[in-house]
Design a binder for this molecule. Structure first.
Ligand code: TNX
Length: 557
């Protein structure tokens, strides 16, 4: 009897939840450009619905499987997928009825634009490309109420969007702390949910070399391990615990594939000629003094960098780049170029000989050594360009006399980026303020996990404008987009990574997708809790205090 009563109560509760209406809400983050309600009945999403896709299209087949997986993860409703083949290799009207259909439609605006049409008869998610359809899938996914249900009502509407910027990035430093394959994949999942499409993967640095290079096995085996890590902000205390790890080439291929399935391109960074202690520890002959060197257990900038007076060093870098290019098919390779002190070069007979051979003479603010870095960078740029690739470098490269085919990542503020654009460089905006997500998200730091410093609040991220107001019209196209950087000196585990990025990634997503006139912080804050429900549903860590009004920092006002 008792059991029967419980069953009846459970059944009543289920009916009540459907009766209340488990309704989708298309006002997601980032906000679609168009949400036009249609006066008509809702579409009922149940496990009777199929996800149709054009049979001949492999990408659309995967999109369909992904949509089905998302819906099931969020709501428990299982949708089968179905390949369709009408005369135009698409989905016939008859097949569309009662179902969700994924469609390629050349009329949808933008390479990654999407259009969603919901009527009582069916749901259509269209894009000019499969990547656009995937963005539409993310919007539909985010519109669903998270939690078990039997039926979800989708209000009849036309919803559409196209991103403002083509480059919508996140960065992850896996050198200072190492994050395994599953963590990187989850990072990509989080990016996909936020409509982002570029992962800048920082793979090498003074504190650890993290990518297997077959020709130089010691890079990972020796350069991938340090004997201990300083505690706190370079305190005199070192934990003395051997720390490290690296990705095998097979793991990298797996991650690159996983990203591509989510329409995310990975841009690997091999930082040079500075931030190279990992490599120097493995192959000391690559440095000016010949070593010995140790993989660093502290943070900061070391004077020990690659010796570019030796031809051997150049050959080494080219060999490494050969393997990197094989692993990463995207157009861009990031070659760093930041924080590269030149004191070793000033003292190194081989580097000085190179300067003389090249006839490099101080020019204005540029020392011969700065020009030597420019020469080195240009060598690598040309090497990559001969292989059909382009370089990205940190904004220090602007002082090194490199040509405008290099794309500049503006990190020491937004001004270097604007300067770079004026000179004709393409630019990606990643200024420390407010796009360093390793910085604190509040000025009340006492209850926060240790961070690098700074104060990049949710609101500051939201208010960031990548294109300087006074940038001339004919230079504005050089600003390709924006990216947040996640340096991991003080970020030791996955939940801390997630805490630093969520919900700031949501604010960045609106910077990347919306036109400035369409942004509205209060409206964003009202839409954010639903996205956070999805974070919770997936068990991701986020900074809950950023959701409440009370926590807004005085620095915001
Ligand atoms: C500067 S951004 C660096 C990194 C540090 C970061 C800490 C850049 C090109 N270099 O090496 O990890 O600051 O926020």
């Amino acid at each position: 009897m008792k059991q029967l009563i419980v069953c009846v109560m459970v059944a009543l509760a289920a009916i009540a939840s459907v009766a209340q209406g488990n309704r989708a809400d298309y006002r997601v983050v980032p906000l679609p450009n168009v949400i036009n309600g249609i006066k008509s009945a809702d579409f009922k999403l149940t496990d009777q619905c199929l996800v149709n896709y054009p049979a001949v299209n492999r990408d659309m087949e995967r999109n369909a499987a992904m949509l089905s997986q998302y819906v099931e993860e969020l709501t428990g409703i299982h949708l089968s997928t179905r390949p369709c083949r009408d005369a135009k290799s698409s989905v016939s009207n008859q097949d569309r009825s009662g179902n969700i259909s994924l469609l390629i439609d050349s009329k949808v605006a933008g390479d990654e634009g999407y259009s969603i049409l919901v009527t009582p008869r069916g749901v259509e998610i269209s894009g000019r490309t499969a990547a656009g359809v995937f963005q539409g899938i993310q919007v539909l996914r985010k519109s669903l109420p998270a939690g078990k249900s039997m039926q979800i009502l989708l209000p009849a509407a036309q919803v559409a969007g196209t991103p403002r910027f083509g480059y919508r990035g996140m960065h992850l430093d896996c050198s200072r702390h190492f994050f395994g394959v599953e963590t990187v994949k989850r990072y990509l999942d989080i990016m996909a949910l936020h409509g982002m499409n570029r992962l800048h993967w920082h793979l090498t640095d003074d504190q650890g070399w993290r990518i297997e290079i077959k020709k130089y096995p010691r890079l990972a085996e020796v350069g991938g391990w340090r004997n201990g890590t300083t505690l706190g902000h370079n305190s005199p205390v070192n934990d003395g615990i051997r720390y490290g790890g690296y990705y095998t080439q097979e793991e990298i291929r797996d991650i690159v594939r996983y990203a591509a399935e989510r329409y995310i391109t990975i841009i690997p960074e091999v930082d040079m000629p500075g931030h190279m202690l990992g490599a120097l520890a493995a192959y000391p002959e690559l440095g000016c003094s010949g070593g010995p060197y140790e993989v660093w257990g502290q943070w900061g900038v070391t004077d020990d960098i690659l010796c570019v007076g030796k031809d051997h060093t150049l050959q080494f870098v080219k060999d490494v780049l050969d393997e990197v290019m094989e692993l990463f098919p995207g157009e861009y390779i990031h070659i760093g170029g930041d924080e590269s002190p030149r004191v070793r070069w000033q003292e190194c007979p081989l580097c000085q000989q190179r300067i003389r051979d090249l006839g490099l003479k101080a020019r204005g603010k540029q020392s011969p050594e700065a020009l030597l870095q420019g020469w080195f960078t240009t060598q690598m740029q040309q090497y990559l360009s001969n292989h059909g690739r382009r370089i990205i470098g940190w904004d220090e490269l602007l002082g090194c006399d490199i040509d405008t085919s290099a794309t500049i990542m503006s990190w020491r503020g937004a001004e270097p980026g604007a300067q770079g654009a004026l000179q004709g460089h393409d630019v990606i905006m990643t200024p420390v303020g407010p796009l360093y997500f390793d910085y604190y998200q509040t000025d009340k730091t006492w209850n926060e996990p240790t961070a690098f410093g700074g104060c990049n609040t949710l609101k500051k991220v939201y208010d960031f404008e990548p294109v300087a107001a006074d940038l001339p019209a004919d230079k504005r196209h050089h600003i390709l987009g924006a990216q947040a950087n996640v340096w991991t000196e003080y970020i030791t585990c996955e939940s801390q990574v997630q805490y630093q990025i969520l919900p700031r990634m949501a604010a960045l997503a609106e910077v990347q997708w919306l036109q400035p006139e369409d942004k509205d912080y209060q409206d964003f804050k009202a839409r954010l809790p639903h996205l956070v429900d999805i974070y919770k549903h997936y068990g991701w860590t986020y900074r809950a205090k950023s959701l409440t009004q009370e926590d807004e920092d005085k620095t915001d006002n």
